[in-house]
Design a protein around this ligand. Structure first.
Ligand SMILES: [Fe+2]
Ligand SMILES: [Fe+2]
Length: 339
């Protein structure tokens, strides 16, 4: 993957810096300050892209960026500055997490997951989305789904005993139980190909609006900081506990639009697998973690709240664009060949 085009002052500074030689650079220009909070951070294209690129240095990086930038102090300092705004805006979005005792964590997560009330994107995709809209949905999702499970894997070395085993059990399924063709990211590639989309890693990042990148940036924030381990687990639990029903609807939408079994398998697999994962995530993972670290309870609930709130923001973005006859991507042509 090559570094995507910049979208403003923050990403322009970062990309200009990353295009240089990390060894030869001694004096760096001052990074621009975040332009402030004119719009929520999850709708700020420049901000989310800059943060996404900082984080991507810790996953697969970029063909045109030297690997030694990953821990370069200037880039780390810039990322920390962005994260200040990111965390503050997430706190405002998710609100104060309810006070929950460690024993009550699984039940509180269940309540949160069942609360609903968000935009009904899955129902729309099942009943009436056009093939072009379904392709847009898949292009948005590809930003995370092509590295599905990777952020939560960062949690494994931070855990012990039964809690660690619970996370490994979920992640092993996500990675196909040792069979490359069954990895969830690979199953999603088949869906992309059915829609005539490019299935290469990061292909739709340049077309992805802020809110799509925010979905990944939320996970990476929690994944890359040990202090957010509880939030990472709570995030995973919320993801697993709100997966079965929408995936059944996505599968129905894909079938309505003519998807064959391999093209639907990603969604159908999640109906089955996540019915099991949600139990493990709520009880063995989050319940187990909270019982050994009572102070982590608020973090678990915060991670879950943020997961659902940002997912709702993405769903709202897609439905609002489609209601007004617009593309939900920054470059509508990016998914046009799917029409
Ligand atoms: Fe999965
Ligand atoms: Fe899962």
């Amino acid at each position: 993957m090559k570094i995507p085009p910049a979208r403003g002052r923050l990403s322009a500074w970062l990309f200009a810096t990353l295009s240089g030689d990390p060894e030869g650079t001694i004096v760096l220009p001052e990074p621009p300050r975040s332009s402030g909070a004119l719009q929520p951070a999850w709708h700020d294209d420049d901000f989310q892209l800059a943060l996404w690129v900082c984080y991507e240095l810790h996953y697969r990086g970029f063909d045109d960026v030297h690997e030694n930038w990953q821990w370069h102090p200037a880039v780390v300092a810039f990322q920390v500055e962005l994260e200040r705004r990111w965390v503050a805006s997430l706190r405002a979005l998710a609100g104060e997490p309810a006070a929950v005792t460690p024993r009550a964590v699984p039940g509180a997560l269940r309540e949160l997951a069942q609360a609903g009330g968000g935009p009904d994107l899955a129902g729309y995709l099942a009943r009436e989305a056009s093939r072009e809209q379904f392709a847009e949905f898949a292009a948005h999702r590809s930003v995370y789904q092509l590295k599905e499970a990777d952020p939560h894997t960062f949690g494994i070395p931070r855990l012990d005993g039964a809690v660690k085993a619970a996370l490994v059990e979920i992640q092993a399924d996500e990675y196909g139980g040792g069979q490359a063709g069954r990895m969830h990211a690979e199953l999603f590639r088949a869906t992309l190909r059915w829609l005539g989309l490019d299935d290469s890693y990061g292909h739709y990042v340049p077309a992805a609006p802020a809110v799509t990148l925010a979905v990944s940036n939320l996970m990476s924030l929690f994944a890359l900081h040990r202090r957010w381990t509880g939030a990472l687990l709570g995030h995973l639990a919320a993801l697993e506990m709100t997966s079965t029903k929408p995936n059944r609807l996505y599968a129905a939408g894909a079938r309505r639009l003519g998807a064959d079994e391999p093209a639907r398998r990603y969604f159908e697999e999640h109906v089955e697998a996540d019915a099991v994962h949600e139990q493990i995530a709520a009880h063995d993972l989050c319940g187990g973690y909270a019982s050994t670290r009572p102070a982590a309870t608020a973090g678990i609930m915060f991670g879950a709240e943020c997961c659902l709130a940002i997912d709702d923001e993405l769903a709202r973005h897609l439905l609002t664009c489609w209601e007004t006859g617009q593309s939900s991507l920054l470059c509508p042509a990016a998914s046009r060949n799917a029409a």
